[in-house]
Design a protein around this ligand. Sequence first.
Ligand code: SF4
Ligand code: SF4
Length: 63
Amino acid sequence: MTVKIDRELCIRCTGCVAVCPVGALDYQGNRIVVDPKKCTDCNICAKFCPMHALSVPGKPIKD
Ligand code: SF4
Ligand code: SF4
């Protein structure tokens, strides 16, 4: 499992790249990409994203 990115919603603020504790997110070629080998499904980026463009399957965006 890994975080899903809805690129229609993403406004490319790049904040999620900074909040990911394991460096699984990156900004490449004008879009956010995730390295599924690094992602631990911690859900931090999904809770952070102001556009709700990120989601971890089975985990709510809000507590
Ligand atoms: S925090 Fe959300 S809106 Fe900002 S770059 Fe990441 S996915 Fe896109
Ligand atoms: S779920 Fe956690 S580990 Fe995966 S990309 Fe988001 S912040 Fe990084």
